[in-house]
Design a protein around this ligand. Sequence first.
Ligand SMILES: Nc1ncnc2c1ncn2[C@@H]1O[C@H](COP(=O)(O)OP(=O)(O)OP(=O)(O)O)[C@@H](O)[C@H]1O
Ligand SMILES: [Mg+2]
Length: 583
Amino acid sequence: MSNVQIGSSILQKKAESLLNKLDKQQTKGEKLDFGPVKAIFKDLLGQLKKRETSYEESEIPDKEPEETQDHLWQLFNFAPVGFLAVNSTGFIRQVNTTFARMAGQSIEKLLKMPFIELIHPDDRNVYKSHFNSMKNLSGNEIEIRIRGYNDYVWTILSGHANRIELDSGDYKDSILFTVTDITYKKRIENEQKLLFHRINNFQRAESLGLLASGIAHDFNNILTIIMGNAEMLEIKNKQADLQLFTRGILDATNKAANLIGQMLDYSDEGQVKTEKLDANHLIKNTSAFLRSFVPTTISLSFDLEKSEAGIECDPEQLKKLLINSTINASESIGKEYGKISIKTTTVELGPDKKTDFMIEPESFAGKFLCIEISDSGCGMTKDVKSRIFEPFFTTKLTGRGLGLATTPGIIKRHFGGIAVSSEPGKGTSFRIYFPITQMRQENFPIQFRSDNCLEELDMSGLVMLIDDEEEVRTAGQHILEQLGFRVKAFADGCKAIEHINTTSDSVDIAMVDLTMPKMNGLDFFMELRKLGKELPVLFCSGYTRSALPADVNSNPLVGFIQKPYNLKNLRGEIARLIVRNRN
Ligand SMILES: Nc1ncnc2c1ncn2[C@@H]1O[C@H](COP(=O)(O)OP(=O)(O)OP(=O)(O)O)[C@@H](O)[C@H]1O
Ligand SMILES: [Mg+2]
């Protein structure tokens, strides 16, 4: 017999004498209920035996029974796990302090309750179905939630049957439960699950991004050819019936370009090129384009503030926000008759408005331009509304769930905010807020005062057009000539540089594709500057502007136009470069 065993048997004898003593105290009329303590005490002895090795040869202190009793109480009450005894009718008969603290209730209150009342309604069936096996198989565990002080607490509930050996009928068939709080572990598990989900989404998005930028470039080049030729056809052929067909081609090309743009935006880190611009003016100019996304059964109205609203914004990104919101509004109405309205107001945001925001502005100080896009469509449930910015979240059969996924990024880069109001059957209203930087037109840099002043600019001079794809080059040349320029076209940068070196041509603007064999657009730009030529350079590409390095992007004599471009966009970009070059 080992020392530990000897020790255990001494302790057992002492325990028996203690139990006798406790029984006597009880008979004397004391109200203490030591039933479960006995069980625990037995349990402890059992545990002691099992852990022989860890006890080594140490001596068991020879304590007085009263002292041991105190010790046991403390052990029972302040054990790191909760203990509770539940009788055969399901009522709690005994709990320790740890469990009471876990449940956020007083011991007295708990002793009057059926245990099941403490269990989360969703977990009651789990408890019920395991109850019998817990009775039969001691230590059988389940994970359930138990009502806590503020919220439900996740626990491991472990049942120990036949441990309470009392004669009292009240304890017959009782189970002693140990309850371990695992809320923290569960939270970590949930966070891990969420993280895993996010990583998964991120990987999907990354593959989609690779796929998008891989095909977008070629696709946009093809669209440039279609758009360029269709526009020339529209300009040259005034026959009304043919014009209708040409419009059809142009509308479809715009939609295709928008779709590719959406995919690119999503895969893009999103380098913004902000300008101080008059948002009301921009929206007015975009209105006809927005109209092209809405069927004639839906009315699209604009209620724009009369004043200039100076915001610092990337006009292309603002247009994208407007297009996405208009398409979503239109899709929410579907084939029914309905209304979409786009309204602008200047507002001041107090902190009391904070709760409305799904994306909060960085600061609530100062004035904001609010662009409100409202529709009379199907509206959203709370659940749908809470998920609209998630990538790939869609409620539409043919949706991709990408339209709004880029919105938070764009808004945050502009220090703005978004509030959404929506109810099923009652339509939706998106309010997009941009901080107003300047209100007075005189403060605007000259080139942004108004697109009207750009429209009056004389488009003449020599443009050097460099693109490796012949059809793209030809389409571009036609458009540039239509604008009033003379054009010298080259298939790569080397040939263009050679031309500059060997002729006395005075080139006014170079319009250059970014990705080309032999010498790409950026190398051409560097070479040009090395030669001391400070002429404006307009990069064009099937990729987005983020393909330009930041220092080149911020150069005032550098412009960018995304393929496919139309005559109007191209005119605007070139006009901006001409004005900057003059200043
Ligand atoms: N105006 C609106 N009215 C009702 N629901 C909307 C509205 N705008 C967005 N939603 C909801 O938000 C979801 C996500 O919109 P999002 O634009 O990101 O993707 P999508 O429109 O489904 O697909 P796509 O990538 O083609 O834009 C939609 O599927 C729709 O459920
Ligand atoms: Mg959409």
